[in-house]
Design a protein around this ligand. Structure first.
Ligand code: HEM
Length: 494
């Protein structure tokens, strides 16, 4: 089918989102409560139910691609990878609805919220930091952080992890803090480095708390945020001012050594973005320098943390896949110590194998960016093809043409610049964890009792419950995740 998208095809979804955001914040403020219902508590969740609807709307419509006509414009929905990729590669005629992403402009315009030549300047600044050096840092730091996290779970939590997602988000944040700022974050607060002068909260604590309350930040004017007698507002303000002064200090460190940093062949993201604020014909304003660093931190840790959370949990739920991957890890890595696993030789082999297939499957079914919006700025013609089917092993079939068009990281001009960063991190973390440990679902004693002592049946019931929870209890903030208690045990492999 060939479909023409007229230029009146507009961002119906984003206007739906925005109007709900405003409604909810206004109706959510209750004088007696400690804090208002945030927009993240309600309508975003409603919109993210799109993940739960899955294929249903397409099944009902009898097609993988349809146009929804609404009073405020037409909107094309597609679940067809080929169509989606085709649409994305029409960039810049088809671009992100940046008016919606202005939502993320904590400091000023960022790569995600601008278009045209302005976007090119932001994109150059951000992508210059994703070089081979960054991949090496991510490979090594991910191994170190994952290994120390596994030990932390065993020593401090008797090997039982109730909500994996909480930890994988922190894991991803620790890795990104090392890649961006050379910060070495410790799991044990007793070992943590002393707070830098002038700070009351460590960056790795302020950042996740601020992100959790981003909606509060966007809906209450900053001037009021620190003054209103609502704890959530004051905390959000404090976290925001802490993050701002950390970012300012990191920026100042680069500016203090501007010549040496400019001469460096491989710059990290902090350095490349800060330099884009002082070099060239049209340097980025300071708000965009801070904004891009903040946005990359956000985009990079929420997505990776969420994906690792699903992978670890799903491996406990599907031990058959976990064991197959571990066999492959044993074959590839043998008895070599982790210090000898290399990005050059081991990473590509692991990524091509079953470990890589698990990653792709999780990114496909539980993609942190479950739906991506586009807006046609000019008329474009799309060619429909055929639907995908669910088959976890499909990623090992090199002849499957559908796979070549999978768009977990987007495609076209705006394709995720952190794709390799993410792939290296996911691979290094899975390799480190599953080479030495296994993840298991905790089968509670009362479940065994209810099953009359039949442990096999009790395990099956626990697994069925976990699978159901993954569907029923999937929550959304910026990305999707399971934040409910699905108790999982980490076990050292024999
Ligand atoms: C599992 C991990 C990740 C997934 C699934 C993911 C997915 C995506 C997707 C779907 C987009 C939108 C692409 C589009 O609109 O076509 C995107 C954009 C972006 N991502 Fe990622 N991402 C991940 C990790 C990262 C990491 C680690 C970083 C940085 C360290 C990052 C930074 C960005 C940035 C800056 C953009 C905006 C690009 C632009 O508008 O030009 N992402 N990502």
């Amino acid at each position: 089918m060939a479909a023409q998208l007229p230029d009146c095809f507009d961002n119906w979804l984003s206007s739906f989102l925005l109007s709900h955001l405003v409604d909810d914040v206004v109706s959510g403020i209750d004088a007696d409560s400690e804090a208002p219902t945030t927009i993240m508590d309600q309508p975003m969740v409603t919109v993210w139910k799109i993940w739960k609807m899955g294929y249903e709307p397409f099944q009902e419509a009898g097609t993988d691609t349809f146009i929804l006509s609404t009073p405020s414009g037409n909107m094309l929905w597609s679940s067809d990878n080929a169509i989606i990729r085709d649409l994305f590669t029409h960039h810049p005629n088809v671009d992100a609805p940046v008016e919606f992403w202005k939502f993320w402009n904590v400091y000023g315009p960022t790569i995600a919220s601008v278009q045209g030549n302005e976007w090119k300047a932001h994109r150059r600044a951000v992508t210059a930091g994703f070089g081979p050096n960054m991949n090496q840092t991510v490979w090594k730091e991910t191994q170190h952080q994952t290994e120390t996290l596994a030990k932390h779970w065993i020593e401090k939590y008797q090997a039982i992890i109730p909500v994996i997602r909480y930890w994988t988000s922190r894991l991803a944040l620790n890795i990104i803090c090392s890649g961006f700022f050379g910060m070495k974050v410790k799991w044990d607060s007793d070992d943590a480095a002393p707070l830098p002068a002038g700070h009351n909260i460590p960056l790795d604590e302020a950042l996740p708390k601020f992100i959790e309350n981003l909606a509060v930040y966007f809906t209450v004017p900053t001037a009021l945020l620190g003054k209103l007698p609502v704890k959530k507002f004051q905390d959000t303000y404090q976290n925001f001012t802490e993050i701002t002064s950390y970012l300012d200090e990191f920026r100042a460190q680069v500016l203090d050594n501007v010549e040496a940093v400019t001469a460096k062949k491989n710059k990290n993201i902090l350095e490349s973005v800060v330099l884009a604020g002082v070099n060239g014909k049209d340097p980025l304003p300071k708000e965009s320098v801070l904004g891009n660093i903040f946005f990359s931190l956000l985009a990079g840790h929420e997505t990776n943390g969420g994906t690792l959370g699903f992978i670890y949990l799903l491996m406990a739920i599907y031990p058959e896949y976990q064991q197959r991957m571990q066999k492959e890890l044993d074959n590839q890595l043998g008895t070599r110590p982790a210090s000898e696993w290399t990005l050059e030789n081991d990473y590509p082999v692991l990524k091509r194998g079953f470990l890589g297939a698990i990653q792709k499957e999780v990114l496909y079914v539980f993609n942190p960016a479950s739906f991506i919006m586009r807006k046609a700025l000019n008329p474009v013609t799309l060619v429909d093809s055929h639907a995908l089917y669910i088959d976890p092993e499909r990623w090992l079939d090199e002849n499957d043409q559908d796979l070549a068009t999978a768009t977990s990281f987007g495609a076209g001009g705006r394709v995720c610049p952190g794709k390799e960063f993410a792939n290296v991190e996911l691979t290094a973390s899975m390799t480190t964890l599953f080479k030495s440990y296994s993840m298991e679902l905790v089968v509670e004693k009362n479940t065994v009792d209810e099953c009359g002592g039949d442990e096999k049946l009790a395990w099956k019931q626990t697994r069925d419950k976990a699978i159901k929870m993954i569907y029923d209890d999937l929550e959304a903030n910026i990305t999707i995740g399971i934040h409910k208690d699905i108790r999982t045990r980490i076990v050292k492999r024999a």
